[in-house]
Design a protein around this ligand. Structure first.
Ligand code: ARG
Length: 461
């Protein structure tokens, strides 16, 4: 066995089966540089409390610097005997600083306040990185929306033709939730910017160490107000897990539309070869695997969140070893999005939209029926009756197998005299979208404004 952190009370090392269960270096080693940064701040706190003299502080910082270099280069790595990232780095420190000096660093801290701090530092960095990747998807959507101009497509509810909308409107409808996900990550950061260091095992430290100074050195806004909360809370981890899962779910809804648009039947979109895959048996196949993996991986992130919440449920305060189980799910969520998002933004940026096909389908399925009803309302007809009359037009069209604009003036008049020839003015998709001119509507004048605001919003995030 390697060095033990608790030799004094024990007569022997851990059983192999315990060591195998307990070990976490295969996943927590990614926190090594944060642990070293924490150790540096802790060494300063010990020095400020007169527990390290100037020479000892210099020696400690020098050893930590060499240790960090070796961690970065790979010259130092955990061995199977190291239980976790903290154990391994303590061994590395002792090897470099010697047992006399190296053995002083652990005073006044516990792995409980260490790990609670490191996971926040790590996740704060990852949140910034992932927010940038989400914004790449947003920018790809914004670029496609700008390129789509005034192109029109069928808007759907219940997957049925509902009302025509601008292609740009539909694409931006996916950009806004993703921008809110980025805002969520930024809001989360304010709560994550609180340092548990100095909480010790659970009750605080006796050595006069200053948690606020450590917090400031590690880039936090403040030290936590309660050492028990500091060491045992994981809501910060659960909250970012939710935000990451929500992001994946938002991406999956976009992905699902692309999968549908990419079918032969829809033929709304052609994916670039570089973002499509083939089949090992069917030579003709070109599959939307990026979108399908996006859809699939959303399930995985939901599982990561659910697993973490299940670990936390009814877990008594303060630290329990169960809390070690917070890491793999949230790391999985981070890693999954880090590979998924660049593929999604690449797929969006390189896909070709088939505007002619979309325009041809936009008026079909009686998608202008609401326009007839609302035109009647503008003529003073109560909406209830207008809805009935427009429905009667649809029924007549279905009976004859024609579209609404194929009804003659006489047909309209026969349905109801209030349906004068003027009704034709709204029987085009251009007229339909142009009429939806309120704030947030799909009229080209509004969508141009929306696009400008989306560009502004994404630039500010
Ligand atoms: N590896 C542990 C974790 O991830 C660190 C804290 C261990 N503390 C303890 N008292 N066993 O949670």
């Amino acid at each position: 066995a390697g060095i033990s952190l608790w030799g004094g009370r024990f007569t022997g090392g851990p059983a192999d089966a315990l060591a195998a269960l307990s070990v976490s270096t295969h996943f927590d080693w990614r926190l090594a540089r944060y642990d070293i940064a924490g150790s540096r701040a802790h060494a300063h706190a010990l020095h400020a409390a007169d527990l390290l003299d100037d020479a000892q502080l210099d020696g400690m910082l020098d050893a930590l610097r060499r240790l960090e270099d070796d961690v970065v280069s790979g010259a130092f790595a955990p061995t199977p005997a190291d239980e976790d990232v903290h154990t391994a780095l303590e061994r590395g420190l002792m090897e470099r600083a010697g047992a006399e000096l190296g053995g002083r660093l652990r005073a006044g801290r516990s792995r409980n306040d260490q790990i609670a701090t490191l996971i926040r530092m790590y996740l704060r960095d990852q949140a910034r990185h992932l927010a940038g990747l989400v914004l790449d998807v947003v920018d790809a959507l914004i670029d496609q929306a700008a390129a789509a101009g005034e192109a029109i497509m069928p808007g759907r509810t219940h997957m049925q033709h509902a009302q025509p909308v601008l292609v740009a409107h539909q694409l931006l409808a996916h950009a806004w939730p993703l921008m809110r996900d980025v805002q969520r990550l930024q809001d989360w950061d304010a709560r994550a910017a609180v340092s548990p260091y100095g909480s010790g095992a659970l009750a605080g430290n006796t050595l006069g160490l200053d948690p606020d100074a450590v917090a400031a050195e590690l880039g936090f806004d403040a030290a936590c107000e309660n050492s028990i909360d500091g060491t045992s809370a994981r809501d910060t981890v659960a909250e970012i897990s939710f935000i990451l899962a929500m992001t994946a779910v938002d991406i999956s809804r976009l992905a699902e539309e692309i999968i549908i648009w990419n079918t032969k039947e829809f033929d709304f979109v052609t994916l670039a070869d570089s973002f499509s895959t083939g089949s090992s048996i069917m030579p003709q196949k070109k599959n939307p695997d990026v979108a399908e993996l996006a859809r699939g991986k959303a399930g995985r992130l939901i599982g990561d969140l659910a697993g973490l919440l299940a670990t936390l449920k009814a877990l008594p305060l303060a630290y329990d070893r169960d809390l070690q189980e917070d890491k793999e799910p949230v790391f999985d969520a981070v890693d999954t999005l880090a590979v998924l998002l660049p593929a999604v933004s690449g797929m969006i940026a390189t896909m070709r939209l088939n505007y002619e096909r979309m325009a041809a389908l936009a008026p079909q399925g009686f998608s202008l029926a609401t326009d007839i009803a609302e035109w009647l309302v503008k003529q003073g007809v109560p909406f209830r009756q207008a809805h009935e009359l427009s429905g009667a037009c649809v029924r007549e069209c279905e009976r004859r197998g024609v579209e609404l604009w194929e009804l003659t003036d006489a047909d309209f008049a026969a349905i109801d005299p209030q349906l004068t020839p003027q009704v034709r003015t709204v029987l085009s998709v251009q007229g339909s979208v142009a009429a939806r001119a309120g704030h947030g509507g799909t009229a080209p004048v509004r969508v141009v404004e929306q696009l400008a605001r989306a560009i502004e919003c994404s630039a500010e995030l």
